[in-house]
Design a protein around this ligand. Structure first.
Ligand code: SF4
Length: 234
């Protein structure tokens, strides 16, 4: 089963209606005050299937801002709130035919780019692939999962496993295009804090207690550091 597969309910369930958000995300980042109390991860119980900020009519995919609420707060693509509305025009309609890719082409392009960075790939099933590599610490793994959503879209999820504890960070849905593959690679580099020198080789030489000690949990960089800091708070 795809791990971010959303529940099959079509109506808002009681659990989602009763939810009251905290002031911070699990990784410690502050949730903008203007977001409503029912703002929550889209895979929480009671959230209708296939509704999340990334496919909401109020979501601006480039800036990740929601223009429903005061100040156009930045939201997370994999979250949701009661004000969700479908997009009036699908992204698909605005994509020129020439830049569309079939799912196997998306997989091939992402696989080649990940292989060039030294990541291993693993086919989960026809529609789902996982890429992984050892992180900077000896008890840490980084992983990326891409999943064919059909109808010309795919989703991705970036995560870490530290001391056996999985943490899913950024998730988003993108159309099957060349530009989306580049967007995904940027998200991976940014999310895991991979600079040029690291991305071209193995991360092995970067593992160290020294690196672990150097992480500033009051200002973590990328979600791999945020995951580490969130894990320390548990
Ligand atoms: S209105 Fe839409 S984009 Fe804004 S928080 Fe709610 S679900 Fe997310």
């Amino acid at each position: 089963m795809k791990f971010w597969e959303i529940l099959s309910e079509s109506k808002v369930g009681k659990a989602a209606m009763d939810y009251k958000r905290a002031n911070r995300y699990p990784d410690g980042e502050a949730i903008p005050d203007s977001l409503p109390p029912r703002y929550q991860p889209a895979n929480f119980p009671g959230v209708p299937a296939n509704q999340k900020c990334s496919n909401c009519g109020y979501y601006e995919s480039k800036s990740k801002k929601c223009d429903k609420f005061k100040g156009d707060p930045v939201v997370r693509p994999s979250y949701w709130c009661l004000k969700w509305e479908p997009k009036k025009e699908t992204v698909q309609e605005s994509i020129p035919l020439s830049s569309k890719l079939e799912w196997p082409e998306v997989v091939n392009k992402v696989s080649s780019a990940m292989k060039a960075m030294g990541w291993k790939s693993q086919r989960k099933d026809d529609g789902s692939f996982m890429f992984s590599t050892k992180g900077r610490m000896d008890d840490e793994w980084y992983f990326v999962i891409i999943d064919n959503e059909g109808e010309g879209f795919f989703t991705y999820a970036l995560g870490t496993i530290e001391e056996g504890d999985p943490y899913i960070g950024e998730q988003d849905q993108l159309p099957n295009t060349e530009a989306s593959v580049s967007e995904l690679m940027d998200a991976i580099r940014e999310g895991f804090g991979l600079d040029e020198s690291v991305s071209e080789g193995s991360l092995e030489e970067k593992w160290s207690q020294k690196y672990k000690n150097s992480i500033n949990c009051s200002n973590p960089k990328g979600f791999s550091q945020k995951a580490h800091c969130a894990g320390k708070k548990k």
